[in-house]
Design a protein around this ligand. Sequence first.
Ligand code: DMJ
Length: 622
Amino acid sequence: MEVPKQLLTHFLILILCTDLLCMSIRQIQAESVTPEEAKLLRDEVRGMFYHAFDGYMDHAFPRDELKPLSCGGEDTLGGYALTLIDSLDSLALMGDFEHFTTSVEWIGKNLRFDIIAYLQNKTVSVFETTIRILGGLLSAHLIASDYATGMRIPSYDDELLHLAEDLARRLLPAFDTPTGIPYGSVNLLYGVDENESKITSTAGGGTLTLEFGVLSRLTDDPIFEQVTKNSVLGLWARRSRINLVGAHINVFTGEWTQKDAGIGTSIDSFYEYLLKAYLLFGDEEYLYIFQEAYAAAMHYLYNDPWYVEVNMNSAALVWPLFNSLQAFWPGLQVLAGDIDPAIRTHTAFFSVWKRYGFTPEGFNLATFSVQQGQRSYPLRPELIESTYWLYKATRDSRYLDAGRDMVASLQYGARCTCGYCHISDVEFHKQEDHMESFFLAETVKYLWLLFDLAAGSDNLVENGPYKYVFSTEGHLLPATPQISLVKEHCSYIGAFCPRSNFGHEPPTFDIPMESQEPNATKTFLDTTSLLGHSYVHKSSSVSGVIKGLCPGLSHSQKYGISYVASHSTTLSDERVDQSESTVVQSHSVVLLSDSSAINTPDDLQNDTEPSSSKGDGEPFRG
Ligand code: DMJ
């Protein structure tokens, strides 16, 4: 492996320096990533992908995951080639048509959930199976079946869609509970075992809507969308009076069995899917819930720049802990248009990465040290994901520098014989013989997207025929007219919907506001004032992520991140087209946290008066 010299120097600085003095030395020594270096880094990341992917194919396939130190395989989620399925859209994204085709064809011919269910009598996690397998199959199906992606496979005949539908139907029995919140696990042949635990996590019940919703819209069977929305409503109905949710709930009684509220472990993607379900499907109920949930999180959990865990009823501090799953949050804030806190939080989280070369699963904010028992780094993507979103929104080269640090850490600390290894202890960098499938679905994908964007962005996400929403497993879900139900929304709104948007022609994006019908413009302006922003539209090219399918489509116009504004940005990359790069936070999809809007109830359920997680005192001093 050829290692760029600058990367090597950077890594040496990274491992030798752990204190403030060294941070300033590092700042002096490290030059910012140039566009040329971004290309090299993108290629470096591509090499990382293939080291891990080839290792998996050579030593583990068709088992679920690679054991990268011993060069073997292990079944971790049902025994159906998990890593291959989780990697499909990464292959397509990087333009590897050959591997994408052979992989899709192999899965289409060989994977049969009925046979696996019958022979192996498997009980699987509803959450993991949905986000990794169902999401992987659906995103690959949507790429392989569509000429507009440039990756249409001629021989492909919806095999992956049929597999996804079969699998989802096998998960449906899990939703048969009094609350609508599904059991955590289900047997693929028999349904839910009578001894199955009735306790599940909030993320487990709240992170299914994208995959199941897409399936409903592709199969014209509403059941998948209905049960998963019902689950979200079931969780939200049991929120506390201060709009927080706990971590674990009994799916029969609806009682919270773990009342710690936070944005990380066990809850994280509940928030993520509220916003993304709205963005992808245009269902405003999700937006409404997201606004309420987000405002409460920012009021009670945010301790600028960190996030804590508090009791969901009293808001009393429970854990002054950064856990690595929280690191997706700045990326979500970019989508929501709340960039300033995202920048500060990312800086704080990244300081933990810089200190150890990786983020530990838990970092104690009272002692500012690694939390005992949470010392590992299992190749998680969250901080990298947020780095990508913040770079995309700001084009600030500090995010490329952060990405370069992360590549250096992975290359020197985690790369091992046949792939990339988990780090069992971030202080000693000991490698462990596991490689989670999300390393290829997310970790490497977001790094590649980051540097590809800096190098000129020639990929499906940036330049493809649709705007994409990323699932929590990093799978690409396109806002096609069929998925976003453009027709339905347009007829509902009675707005400007040219016929050509519904034919075989690809939809037009980035329609200049000036060229839209007056009623469409009005919708946009109404929206921004509704959200309380003083933003005045000036740009000739307002590009919301899914905007343009139908100018009258209200949710598309409210899509939070706009990459275009005629003001306010630092630009480090002069090659980037001016209209694309001068962006950022000009308008937002959410009504941003307004603490005065949250009433602090006098009579909180069970618990004591809410303690403010901000302002009064310093909860982290221990
Ligand atoms: C992934 O499976 C998903 O990102 C999920 O939402 C959280 N856990 C892993 C990555 O850390």
